[in-house]
Design a protein around this ligand. Structure first.
Ligand SMILES: [Zn+2]
Length: 468
């Protein structure tokens, strides 16, 4: 047992299995030709950590899911708030964005097994809330520490085809944010209760050819950290809008296991170096020996109380001019009928082509439906402070330059910026991306000014928390 000075910070963790049943529709890809997934290659989880200091409680959930629309995000948040009693404003619900999981949105696109997808979705709020409830039942005193490093499993994913089109692939020439963040929560005896790993990379290693459910690289990453460090490991996806794996879009399951393991070892090495129980050594006596040895006494160093606080806000992001809903609805229903027809005829190659167009049209339809009549959208943004660590999160998929700008201008020692939290879909490209074009720009509802607004608002919120 190590001596320690209590800092007033408490934490608890809980986890539930959210692996879909075999046969549930799998749906991360417009290019896929199968509908249902086989049994999982690795379990998918929702993990919850509750932090408590004085009267403040903050809940963070890490879920192996591609994402949810605003309606289902709201249902999950409501279930979490009801079961835990923690107000929604103090809950961060984050998805890893794995593309190898079941369909969790736009179920109307599913041609076979929609009932199973619906059942799966409906089962989630209560299951995820259960994980958070377990966390509340297991609160203990903790110490916290953090570290930053790097991992090189990601690359810039925006690449130009020979015909000049900006497509999604691996661009070794363009810069990419390789920064890796690690946070460690230790019990008073020094053992690890929980760790949070933060990294930006699309979980698109398993591609459209893969027919097994997997959490993609975050799964083996967490498994590696939990084996090496112990405790429960959480993954928080970074600002990964333009970042993907250095090898991906494959049906070879060994690739996600290998890259996840590589990321996990890098994170574990950093976590192993974090000392949450610093001590002061004082010389006491000389012990006669072959070489005389200095004997020390050790006293725990007092640590500053890690102020825990959270701000949740709807940041007003400018939208761009979108097409008319009626026009796209017509095109979309035609494309869907064509997909169904080609599927019945067994023409899978042609079906893939039309399905890809239907997927793209689906994004445009959704944008027109949700944002067609407004000039600004209240976009969910949250900042959590744990001492000198700040966790910034937004809904949708911010480009990595947005995360880097916030991190570099933040006053906190550690600032980890994420997307994929507390909301629906939508890329937030940087200004340069609008010049280059490509998928993310075609699919975004936002104007080129949105990135600057988001950076400024996040910095304001960070400043407010820093002053507390
Ligand atoms: Zn994405």
């Amino acid at each position: 047992m190590r001596a320690a000075i209590n800092t007033g910070l408490r934490a608890g963790v809980g986890r539930c299995d959210i692996t879909p049943a075999p046969g549930t529709p799998q749906g991360g890809w417009g290019a896929q030709t199968h509908q249902r997934g086989l049994e999982a290659d690795m379990p998918m989880y929702a993990s919850a950590i509750v932090l408590e200091q004085g009267d403040t409680r903050v809940l963070i959930v890490d879920a192996d899911a591609i994402g949810f629309n605003a309606e289902w995000t709201e249902k999950i948040l409501a279930a979490l708030a009801e079961l835990t009693g923690i107000p929604k404003a103090n809950i961060r619900f984050s998805c890893t964005h794995t593309h190898a999981g079941p369909n969790t949105f736009r179920l109307e696109n599913i041609l076979e097994g929609r009932d199973m997808a619906q059942n799966y979705l409906e089962s989630l709020p209560a299951r995820i809330a259960g994980a958070a409830w377990c966390a509340m039942k297991a609160m203990v005193d903790v110490r916290v520490g953090a570290k930053t490093g790097a991992s090189y499993i990601n690359r810039n994913r925006r690449v130009f085809a020979p015909d000049g089109e900006c497509i999604v692939g691996v661009n070794d020439e363009a810069t990419a944010d390789h920064s890796l963040g690690a946070i460690r929560f230790d019990r008073e005896d020094g053992t690890c209760l929980a760790s949070i790993v933060h990294y930006a990379c699309h979980p698109t290693i398993c591609g459209w050819q893969n027919i097994r459910f997997t959490p993609d690289y975050p799964g083996p990453m967490r498994e590696t950290v939990e084996r090496e460090i112990s405790g429960m490991c959480f993954f928080l996806q970074g600002a990964a809008g333009d970042l993907g794996p250095r090898k991906g879009f494959t049906g070879d399951l060994n690739v996600y296991r290998k890259l996840g393991h590589e990321l996990g070892l890098a994170a574990a090495a950093m976590l192993a170096e974090i000392d949450t129980h610093p001590e002061q050594a004082t010389y006491r006596a000389t012990v006669p020996s072959g070489a005389n040895i200095a004997e020390y006494s050790y006293a725990p160093l007092a640590q500053a109380v890690p102020v825990t606080a959270m701000i949740s806000r709807g940041v007003s992001l400018p939208t761009r001019k979108l097409e008319s809903e009626a026009e796209i609805a017509e095109k979309l229903s035609q494309l869907r009928a064509e997909v169904q027809d080609l599927r019945t005829k067994g023409n899978l190659e042609q079906m893939r082509r039309v399905q890809a167009r239907a997927t793209q049209m689906g994004w445009r339809f959704q944008n027109a439906q949700l944002y067609g009549s407004v000039s600004h959208v209240a976009w969910p943004v949250q900042v959590i402070r744990i001492g000198d660590i700040a966790l910034v999160s937004t809904a949708g998929e911010p480009f990595s330059s947005i995360g880097e700008r916030i991190r570099k201008q933040s006053l906190f020692s550690f600032t980890f910026v994420s997307g994929y939290s507390n909301g629906g879909f939508g890329y937030i490209p940087d200004r340069q991306a609008y010049v280059e074009g490509g998928y993310e720009v075609a699919a975004t509802p936002f104007s080129p000014d949105a990135a600057d607004v988001l950076v400024q608002e996040c910095l304001h919120m960070l400043h407010e928390l820093f002053e507390q």
